[in-house]
Design a protein around this ligand. Structure first.
Ligand code: MN
Length: 251
């Protein structure tokens, strides 16, 4: 069993070390993570400059690029053998609902999934690493479970873990993504030259957080496990648009 582990908080993040240590007896592990915090970079690939790979004293490798760069370089040139599983995290903060579109944590796992490899993204609900060891035990339990059952094909799971010392004893729920309201407005300030600068505002509050969603599960003391897919097609709208635009049916 070969496991590739990446993250988006950077190779020095405590969540990465916790995940690696927790899974160390499950197989041969390669760690390839961004040099710097790359949270919120989504599926970005670096195309306008070359990437370099460095090795840290603890054996982790790090790349001066994005989370997707790390997994992409690993799978297409760096690793001698294809991993059986790609893990990402444990992230410093939740990746639920619409946040998953922006998440570098989810993107690193998704890059593995896009290459046909099963993948799991792990996040702690609150930032700050409280109860990280318990979250790592949850991650290890879930990885151990899926390795034992070996569900076929490629799949992508997004796991959010409440920050609790008893996280590994919490119920787990398979959930759907909730939705958020639009983000708060940008925050405008002035740089020392007097020019306007903008900080992206905070994420909006959960808008659809009813039973069955990731927001609901974690708010009610459960570990949320959301199976993700990548097809962005609005399948329900295909026939409506075909009629409205007078197009022939592509099917
Ligand atoms: Mn992050």
């Amino acid at each position: 069993m070969r496991i590739l582990i990446a993250n988006d908080d950077g190779y020095l993040a405590p969540g990465l070390a916790a995940l690696v240590d927790a899974c160390s007896d499950l197989g041969e592990i390669d760690v390839i993570a961004p040099e710097q915090n790359a949270s919120g970079t989504s599926n970005a690939l670096t195309l306008n400059r070359p990437l370099s790979v460095f090795r840290a004293a603890n054996g982790y490798r790090y790349v001066n690029g994005t989370p997707s760069d790390c997994v992409h370089v690993a799978l297409t040139g760096l690793l001698e053998r294809r991993p059986d599983l790609v893990l990402s995290g444990i992230n410093n903060g939740a990746n639920m609902g619409d946040d998953t579109l922006y998440s570098g944590t989810v993107a690193a796992a998704m890059e593995g999934y896009l290459f046909g490899i099963p993948a799991i993204a792990f996040s702690q609900v609150r930032k700050g690493w409280a109860d990280l060891e318990a979250a790592a035990r949850v991650a290890r339990a879930i990885v151990g479970q899926v390795l034992a059952q070996r569900p076929s094909g490629a799949w992508l799971l997004n796991v959010n873990i409440p920050n609790r010392a008893d996280a590994d004893h919490l119920p787990r729920r398979v959930t759907r993504l909730g939705r958020r309201h639009a983000s708060e407005p940008v925050i405008c300030a002035r740089n020392p030259s007097g020019e306007p600068i903008y900080w992206i505002g905070a994420a909006g509050d959960a808008r659809e957080a009813g039973e069955g969603t990731d927001f609901h599960a974690t708010a009610n003391g459960m570990v949320s496990i959301t199976p993700l897919q990548v097809d962005l097609t609005d399948h329900q709208a295909l026939s409506g648009w075909t009629a409205q635009l007078g197009c022939g049916d592509a099917r």
